[in-house]
Design a protein around this ligand. Structure first.
Ligand SMILES: Cc1cc2nc3c(=O)[nH]c(=O)nc-3n(C[C@H](O)[C@H](O)[C@H](O)COP(=O)(O)OP(=O)(O)OC[C@H]3O[C@@H](n4cnc5c(N)ncnc54)[C@H](O)[C@@H]3O)c2cc1C
Length: 422
């Protein structure tokens, strides 16, 4: 990190970068999901730098992140920005009562309840606080917010609440492997460190399903985005953007972009939105003039060198293909559970990878891998006693913010019962 010399100090964080820079997108996405206000300045050569009134910046040093105190990070990355914001911390304790993996609504809720009830709690998050909900532009069906609330705001409020109750929040850390012993759970982290706790709550949620198309990885963050991509909306002014998917997240994304883009086209595999979308969103979309829904279709190809230039859309009934120019494609086609870390552990998963809990654990138990205790598993307990699963990662979950939050609170009640019996 360097001082920004005599450059004027920005009033809030300012990010300077090249158009279609994947690194800059990652920082924008991280900041907006974390509820941090920032200004984005797109620099396309020396002329645009002069026009924007910024000191000349060597393109190799982009993206640059400037902070209100006058410091700046060259060749900025998400970990460097998070560290500068004071969000990368180390565990204070050798062993916690409860370790919670995943800081979406489920993990945040569990953390708040656990710490508020006196348990030494650590919350581990590999990306931004808020999980999927953090990428939602407006959650309209969560109790207590009649005008809706942005996912980033809800997450930031929950983060503050957890911190106030003394939760240790370890951000940009990822649990990659777990070992269960009599004294609790021992987790290997991606950075090589280890974390131990008497009880564990897994709230690792789901991550976006991919289109599985050629060029997809290369164009990720450079025109192709997963999820609502809330940070990208201001860049869609005057454009036609495409949203793939027919679920609530796709519907919300379409509504969000409709306020910025010239036109939003929803590409849906099924015959109608009504089969997959909440009624309130179906009505909103029908009433929004610049949102168009194209049914029974799929994206067949992505074109573009440095960034997305066009997509090919195939009609699933006729097989006819059409190539459409666009610079923005948002993919919201459901997810896959984040349970790779459980692959070689005794934690039972269903065929899609979701974690089994409660009665489902007993139903799946076999003589070769029986449930090990006299008592049945608690409702949110996995096949390993003392290890719980909550929210979207759980087999049979409802996939709503409210249910994730409710399960977080419930799990803590079971944690108490488990610890009292242990
Ligand atoms: C765009 C969008 C809009 C939505 N709108 C609504 C809505 O209006 N109303 C509603 O009720 N629901 C809505 N949902 C659904 C809702 O957001 C989810 O059901 C909810 O976020 C699930 O919470 P969760 O905590 O279980 O999981 P997630 O939100 O998926 O959070 C899981 C977290 O775990 C982290 N993680 C994963 N693996 C690891 C690991 N190994 N170590 C550490 N951390 C890890 C992830 O980075 C993530 O932050 C929406 C979802 C999306 C994507």
């Amino acid at each position: 990190m360097t001082p920004a010399h005599d450059a004027p100090k920005p009033a809030r964080i300012r990010l300077l970068g090249a158009p279609h820079s994947v690194q800059a997108f990652e920082i924008r996405d991280f900041l907006s999901r974390s509820g941090v206000a920032y200004d984005w300045l797109e620099l396309d050569g020396a002329a645009s730098q002069a026009l924007a009134g910024v000191q000349p910046v060597d393109s190799a040093r982009l993206p640059v992140c400037e902070f209100p105190d006058g410091t700046r990070i060259d060749a900025a990355t998400v970990p460097a920005v998070a560290a500068r914001l004071g969000w990368i911390t180390t565990p204070r304790l050798a062993t916690y009562d409860v370790s919670i993996y995943g800081a979406g609504p489920a993990g945040l809720s569990a953390a708040v309840y656990a710490a508020s009830e006196g348990l030494k709690t650590v919350l581990v998050e590999r990306q931004a606080i808020g999980g999927q909900a953090g990428s939602s532009s407006l959650i309209e069906n969560y109790l207590g917010f009649p005008q809706g609330v942005s996912g980033a705001e809800l997450a930031e409020r929950a983060r503050q609440q957890a911190a106030r109750f003394g939760v240790d929040i370890l951000q940009l850390r990822e649990g990659v492997y777990a070992t269960f012993r009599d004294d609790g759970i021992h987790v290997d982290m991606a950075d090589g460190s280890h974390l131990a706790a008497r009880v564990n709550i897994c709230a690792t949620g789901i991550e976006w399903r991919r289109l599985r198309l050629e060029n997809e990885d290369r164009l990720l963050g450079a025109g192709v985005f997963y999820g609502a991509g809330a940070s990208e909306a201001p860049m869609c002014q005057g454009e036609t953007v495409y949203v793939v998917g027919g679920g609530n997240s796709a519907g919300q994304a379409a509504m969000h972009f409709s306020a910025y883009a010239h036109a939003v086209v929803m590409l849906v595999r099924g015959n109608s939105l009504a089969d997959t979308l909440s009624d309130y969103l179906v009505r909103k979309i029908a009433a929004t003039a610049n949102v168009r829904v194209v049914t029974h279709c799929e994206v067949a190809a992505l074109q573009g060198e440095g960034s997305l230039q066009a997509i090919t859309v195939r009609d699933r009934q006729t097989g006819k293909e059409e190539t459409l120019p666009t610079r923005h494609l948002f993919v919201c086609i459901g997810g896959l559970p984040n349970t790779d870390w459980a692959r070689d552990t005794p934690i039972a998963r269903d065929s899609a990878g979701y974690l089994l809990t409660g009665a489902d654990v007993l139903a799946a138990a076999t003589p070769a891998s029986p449930w090990p205790l006299q008592r049945p598993p608690y409702h949110l307990e996995t096949s390993v006693p003392g290890s719980f699963a909550i929210g979207d990662v759980r087999h049979g979950s409802i996939k709503r913010v409210a249910t994730a939050v409710g399960e977080g609170a419930m799990a803590v009640a079971f944690v108490h019962q488990y610890l009292h019996q242990a």
